[in-house]
Design a protein around this ligand. Structure first.
Ligand code: DX5
Ligand code: ZN
Length: 218
């Protein structure tokens, strides 16, 4: 399967949010990545339901919602109602992870689980049969514009091995410091969904950069 590109709106111009979403609609982006931060699970606060609903009203692409929040269980149906198609929770933030991902699927969304850079990939062994996607964080969550952590290639390859050995149907997503230079090696290691914020929105031609990320070959 060709890889997908999910631009992270965190790096967009929020003063022109509607035109940024319309640019993504016209681009070759597959999904739109939305980062929800609560100031507790991560040391930053981003945006919440009113903004998400507004984006959902104008977006023609599936909304890929990355929750960096404590107690995600309280809000799952609200994220569905706000337009999320893919809902990803953190391994480190969900105490009853199996219950959480099962509920996400019951609500009609794809379920993702994210892991921080220090969390062993092997921790996922028993949740893989129950999720649609694993998000390997390639920076510490909380901010856009950080440097890619080089150990991520090995972590992606290890996860790909676990998925293949067991015949699971699980996408691997990477998020943080991803650009045209590290994308080919990530895809070669087994990544199927690339998230990119700064690389896309700080370029002179965001739609052209998305197209470049789409046409990267391993
Ligand atoms: C970081 C977020 C990322 C962020 C990526 O906590 O999860 O989605 O927007 O931004 P870049 O691509 O700028 O590292
Ligand atoms: Zn993210």
């Amino acid at each position: 399967m060709p890889h997908l590109v999910s631009p992270s709106l965190l790096a967009a111009d929020f003063g022109n949010l509607r035109s940024e979403v319309e640019m993504l609609n016209r681009s070759s982006a597959d999904w739109i990545h939305l980062d929800i931060m609560d100031g507790v699970f991560v040391p930053n606060i981003s945006f919440g339901f009113p903004v998400l609903k507004y984006i959902s009203r104008y977006s023609t692409k599936p909304l890929d919602v990355h929750l960096m929040i404590s107690n995600p269980d309280k809000f799952l149906s609200m994220f569905r109602d706000a337009g999320a198609s893919i809902l990803t929770v953190h391994f480190e933030g969900a105490i009853h992870l199996h219950r959480t991902v099962t509920e996400i699927r019951r609500l009609g969304m794809k379920a993702g689980v994210a892991i921080n850079p220090h969390t062993p990939v092997s921790s996922l062994t028993d949740i893989l049969p129950f999720v649609d996607m694993v998000l390997i964080m390639t920076v510490n969550p909380g901010y856009g514009g950080q440097s890619f952590i080089e150990t991520s290639y090995r972590r992606v390859a290890e996860l790909k091995g676990l998925i293949n050995d067991n015949g699971y149907d699980v996408l691997i997503q990477v998020d943080g410091g991803v650009d045209q230079h590290n994308a080919p090696r990530l895809i070669a290691a087994g990544v199927s969904v690339i998230v990119a914020g700064t690389t896309v929105f700080e370029s002179d031609d965001p739609a052209g950069t998305i197209e470049q990320l789409k046409s990267v070959h391993q």
